[in-house]
Design a protein around this ligand. Sequence first.
Ligand code: NAD
Length: 336
Amino acid sequence: MAKHTIVLIPGDGIGPEVTSAARRVMEAAGANIEWVELPAGAAALEAGFDSVLPEKTIEAIRDHKVALKGPVTTPVGKGFRSVNVQLRQKLNLYAAVRPVRSLAGVKTRFENVDTIIVRENTEGLYSGVENEVVPGVVTSLKVASEVACTRISRYAFRYATKRKRKKITVFHKANIMKLSDGLFLNCARKVWENEYPNIEYEEVIIDAGCMKLVQDPTRMDVLLMENLYGDLISDLCAGLVGGLGVVPGSNIGDDAAVFEAVHGSAPDLAGKGLANPLAVIMCGEMMLNHLHEDKVAAKIRTAYDAVLGEGKTLTRDLGGEANTAQFTDAIIAKLK
Ligand code: NAD
């Protein structure tokens, strides 16, 4: 395998535990990676940087083009602007791609869930434009641009076509937000009509979409939506297949890609060695596919599928007793 230089951002909370587990699995699988470890989040301040998103970390991702990132903690209702939002905007990582699939051995209400969430990652209500109009009255601006809505739509249709997916469903609320969600819908529809008639296309108001998802998620194929909806629907879908410990993700731009799980820094588990590292291990698999190292990626998938299928060594979120290290060791033992 060719050598790759990858930026590793351990992150906060459970981040260092789960990213080092993923690194161990990738190395044991034969991935030839030189890691450039740099901080972000509270860890960056603790390491003496003057920012939660040091320029050195951003520059390294620009240089090496690929990063594996652990979750970072963001203060609620005060404090610094989300590191994740800043990172995605600064590197123009406009597409968040989150595959949600049922796993053999992980018992959930539904089987055969296989859905991909494609989330616009740079604007919407995450633009961070908030104002206090007068004391007691505030606004948050939802930004939608034709360029970004068209770009993410084109990405989703291209992705669906490449992966031989059949249908794209756009979740929206254009009945209420007629301009912003209306623009998103118009752009998606135009891309479909003019460029990708090969793919089935539907538009669903997001509240009804949530009901459909929890009634029968197997009917959903690729889901396309703006930023906030994608954030919420990702966690909802994670709940359908076993929880946040089993859903990976990627943030893709034209010049760089950052792979990170859907889950956060899980302060309730941090430092206990109990977190499920699988989501980040799956991020590693996605990253290896992105680097065209499909064989090593497949090896990792076969190994964790075997461990889940046996059901003997599972972390607590999946109903087992294993800790992070035991689960990671079990996957490494299955690598062939
Ligand atoms: P969370 O995802 O950290 O945790 C939600 C629940 O899921 C918790 O009960 C946690 O224990 C459980 N969980 C999460 N990951 C798990 C894993 N790998 N194994 C087992 N259980 C797991 O969400 P939260 O508590 O709402 O957020 C905590 C912090 O993380 C916040 O500061 C938030 O802003 C941040 N966050 C960061 C990212 C990111 O960096 N990409 C994403 C989401 C949340």
